[in-house]
Design a protein around this ligand. Structure first.
Ligand code: NAD
Length: 263
């Protein structure tokens, strides 16, 4: 029904969490999923047929090399999921240290901007060169509810995700004439991934001056559909967006938050 058979789709940060699930969903739908991640070895393949390339999205040369490798290996690239992202509400290393330092420091700030914003830009530049050769392509950017609504304790992260929404709108305008669609997906509170660690929850609870238990209670009360998002909710939406059935959707950010945020 989705018609994704044999489509070559690169998922950045696909070795863990949401990205891993997206790659698996795309693979089950018949696509050739390719995971690009810091924690991946180029040229390896798993038993589901997902192909891996080593990638550091913050490094322009690494992004170009990975995309070149995929295009040479498979002969084409049809899609990109800009999923690699990090969230450091506080510098968690120091947060855990003997003398807790609750201020976000410049290193953490730069890292978030480099991965969440610059990395999305470098990867998009690299794949668009390939898309222009075939005259089509789809990019799905993984944003966040925080990028739509703002978030207490995650201002820098929220700003990088706001930038992702801005890229999405601008690129849809720039690239629509080349039959390239660009859509963002903004998940809210989800089942746990590598990003939502205990230290992350502690940092948020600290900022909000509540306990971690209270943070959990607040989370569950805040979602109209009454449950956190499942990785499947996101995987299914992303797979649909790569389908021609979503062929008129571009330049927008779709909230997937169980009704929590306005979007
Ligand atoms: P995760 O930590 O489980 O996975 C992130 C992956 O990105 C890891 O495999 C990591 O190795 C990879 N990565 C990090 N830096 C990289 C780099 N420089 N180059 C290449 N790969 C790199 O995180 P997750 O929760 O699955 O988050 C995935 C995306 O979803 C992120 O963009 C995040 O902001 C977004 N998001 C997550 C949530 C949530 O609740 N988990 C909510 C909204 C949005």
């Amino acid at each position: 029904w989705l018609g994704l058979e044999k489509k070559v789709i690169v998922v950045t940060g696909g070795a863990s969490g949401i990205g891993k699930h997206i790659a698996e969903t795309l693979s089950r739908a018949g696509a050739q999923a390719v995971v690009g991640d810091l924690n991946a070895e180029t040229g390896t393949q798993d038993d589901q047929g997902i192909y891996y390339v080593q990638l550091d999205v913050t490094n322009k040369r690494s992004a170009e090399k990975a995309v070149r490798h995929v295009a040479d290996h498979f002969g084409t690239i049809d899609g990109l999921v800009n999923n690699a992202g990090i969230n450091l509400p506080r510098l968690l290393v120091d947060f855990r240290g003997e003398k807790p330092e609750y201020e976000l420091d410049e290193k953490a700030f730069d890292l978030m901007v480099n991965v969440n914003q610059k990395g999305v830009f470098f990867m998009t530049q690299a794949v668009v060169r390939e898309f222009l050769k075939t005259g089509k392509g789809v990019i799905v950017n993984i944003s966040s509810e925080a990028g739509m609504e703002g978030s207490n304790g995650q201002s820098c992260y929220s700003a990088t995700k706001g930038a992702v929404n801005g890229f999405t709108r601008s690129w849809a305008k720039e690239l629509g004439g080349h039959h390239i669609r660009v859509v963002a997906v903004a998940p809210g509170i989800n089942e746990k991934t590598g990003l939502t660690t205990d230290a992350y929850n502690e940092a948020l609870a600290y900022t909000r001056n509540i306990t971690v238990d209270q943070l959990g209670t607040d989370y569950s009360k805040s979602i109209p559909l009454g449950r956190p998002g499942k990785l499947d909710d996101i995987g299914n939406l992303v797979a649909y967006l790569f389908s021609d059935r979503a062929g008129y959707i571009t330049g927008t950010t779709i909230n997937i938050t169980g009704g929590k945020s306005r979007g």
